[in-house]
Design a protein around this ligand. Structure first.
Ligand code: URA
Length: 425
C-alpha cells in the first residue's frame, strides 16, 4: 500500500494515530530512500509533540527491528540475559556484570556502543586494553557465549539499521528527548540482538539524560512493555546518577577500577550496583545463585580474563593513566553535599576521554579520579580530584570544566541510595 508522506505527517501533527499500514509504509519507504530526510524530520517532530499510542509504538518498533537482521540465540545451552544502561558518568558496570552473571551460569550478550558527549562508551573503555577487538561476527558471538558465557562487542551495523539513520536525524533536529523515540530506539536493538531477558538500568539525576524520577518511570515502563510485548522478559531498575559511579571516570581508569572490583575490592557503590543488577538478571532467567559468592571467590574475574583473551586482549597488560597529572583541592572545609556527575563527565570528556563527533579518537589514559563522595567531611586544601591528560591543552580544559563540581556545606546531608525503584510489567 502506498501513502503520501505529507498526509502521514499532517495527520500526526493534528494528533491522529498512525495506522499500522502507514507506519510500515513510512519506515520502509524511508529506508528505501523514498521518504526524504526533511519529511522524516517533520514526522519525528510531530511524534515528539504528539507522542505515540501503545499500538503505534509497537508497530514502529517492529518495523525498526524488521529493517535489519536479528540474532538467534536460541540453541545456547545457557539462558541469555542482557543489561542496558541509559548512560551515566563512570558507568563501568557492564565490564564487571557480564562476566559475573556468566560465572553464575547465564549467557550475557552485551552488544555495546561507543561514547558520545559526557557519558563514556563500554567499547572505548575495553579498547584501552592492548589487542582487544570490538568487532565480532555473529558466529563468533554465539561461540563465545557458549564457551565463556559473556561477550562485550560492537553491535553490528545490521541490527535495526533504520535506527542509526533516525538517531542521527534526531540528534540534529532536536528530537532526541522523546519517550517513544528513545524507547523504540533502545528496544529495537536489544530485541534484534536475540536476548531472552533484559534488565534496563534507567539512570536518573544530574549526570543522566533523564533528570526526574517521574520521567524515568515513564521511560522505564514504556520500554518494559515493549520488551514484554516482543517476548523478552524485561525489568527496569531505576538508579541514581547524581554523582559519578565509583572513583574512576575515563577509559583505562575505569578498566583498572573494574578489575579491582572483580578481584574483591573497589568502591562500594560500584559493587552494590553491580550485585543489585546481577540479582535482577539472574532472577529473570531463574538462576538461583548468589552473585556475591562468584565475585568473592574469583570466578567472575576468571571469566573476565577469558572474555578479554578470547577477543585478542591481554588481561595482564598494565594500563596506565595519561602522562600529565594535576590535582584539584577543596577551598573550604565542611561536608561534601554534591559531586556533580555532569560536570565531572564533561571534565573527563575535555581531558580527552570522550568525543564530540563520532569519528573523533579518544585517549585511553585521560580522565578523572574522584577522591570524595557525597557525605564525606573534608578540610580546606584536601584533594578532591586527580586529573589526567595527554597534553597541557586538554589538562587546562578539564580543570576549567571541573571547577564548582563539588558543593561543600556545614550541614551533613544523608547519603542517597543508589538502587531506586524496580519497574516490572
Ligand atoms: N540510546 C539509544 O540507543 N537511543 C536513544 O534514543 C537514546 C539513547
Amino acid at each position: 500500500m502506498t501513502f503520501s508522506a505529507v498526509d502521514v505527517i499532517t495527520a500526526k501533527r493534528e494528533g491522529a494515530e498512525m495506522s499500522d499500514d502507514q507506519i510500515t509504509w513510512v519506515l520502509d519507504a524511508y529506508q528505501r530512500g523514498e521518504v526524504a530526510e526533511e519529511q522524516m524530520s517533520a514526522l519525528l517532530m510531530a511524534i515528539f509533540f504528539r507522542g505515540m499510542a501503545d499500538g503505534e509504538l509497537r508497530t514502529w518498533t517492529d518495523r525498526m527491528i524488521a529493517s535489519g537482521e536479528t540474532l538467534d540465540l536460541r540453541g545456547l545451552s545457557r539462558p541469555s540475559v542482557d543489561k542496558h544502561s541509559t548512560g551515566g558518568v563512570g558507568d563501568k558496570i557492564s565490564l564487571i556484570l557480564a562476566p559475573l552473571v556468566a560465572a553464575c551460569g547465564a549467557a550475557v550478550p552485551q552488544l555495546s556502543g561507543r561514547g558520545l558527549g559526557h557519558t563514556g562508551g563500554t567499547l572505548d573503555k575495553l579498547e584501552s586494553i592492548p589487542g582487544w577487538r570490538a568487532a565480532l561476527s555473529n558466529d563468533e558471538i554465539r561461540e563465545q557465549l557458549e564457551s565463556i558465557g559473556a561477550v562485550i562487542c560492537a553491535a553490528g551495523a545490521g541490527l535495526a539499521p533504520v535506527d542509526r539513520r533516525l538517531y542521527a536525524l534526531r540528534d540534529v533536529t532536536g528530537t532526541v528527548e522523546s519517550i517513544p523515540l528513545i524507547s523504540s530506539s533502545i528496544m529495537s536493538k536489544k530485541i534484534a540482538e536475540g536476548t531472552q531477558a533484559l534488565v534496563l538500568d534507567v539512570k536518573v539525576g544530574r549526570g543522566a539524560f533523564i533528570k526526574t524520577i517521574e520521567r524515568a518511570r515513564e521511560l522505564a515502563s514504556t520500554m518494559v512493555a515493549l520488551g514484554e510485548g516482543h517476548g523478552v522478559s524485561t525489568v527496569a531498575q531505576l538508579t541514581a546518577m547524581d554523582q559519578p559511579l565509583g572513583r574512576a571516570v575515563g577509559n583505562a581508569l575505569e578498566v583498572i577500577e573494574s578489575v579491582e572490583v572483580l578481584r574483591g575490592g573497589g568502591p562500594d557503590d560500584v559493587r552494590e550496583l553491580t550485585l543489585g543488577l546481577a540479582r535482577v538478571m539472574l532472577e529473570l532467567v531463574g538462576i538461583d545463585t548468589d552473585p556475591q559468592l562468584k565475585l568473592d571467590d574469583g570466578s567472575a574475574y576468571e571469566v573476565y580474563r577469558s572474555m578479554i583473551a578470547a577477543q585478542g586482549g591481554d588481561p595482564d597488560a598494565v594500563l596506565a593513566p595519561a602522562a600529565l597529572h594535576d590535582v584539584v583541592s577543596a577551598d573550604a572545609s565542611g561536608y561534601v553535599t554534591a559531586v556533580d556527575a555532569l560536570r565531572v563527565g564533561v571534565a573527563g570528556w575535555r581531558l580527552g576521554a570522550g568525543r564530540a563527533r563520532k569519528e573523533d579518537p579518544v585517549s585511553a589514559g585521560a580522565g578523572v579520579l574522584c577522591l570524595v563522595r557525597e557525605g564525606d567531611h573534608i578540610a580546606a586544601g584536601e584533594p578532591l580530584f586527580e586529573l589526567y591528560a595527554d597534553d597541557d591543552e586538554h589538562l587546562v580544559r578539564g580543570r576549567d570544566a571541573i571547577r564548582d563540581a563539588v558543593t561543600i556545606s556545614d550541614d551533613q546531608s544523608a547519603r542517597a541510595p543508589i538502587l531506586l525503584e524496580k519497574i516490572t510489567k
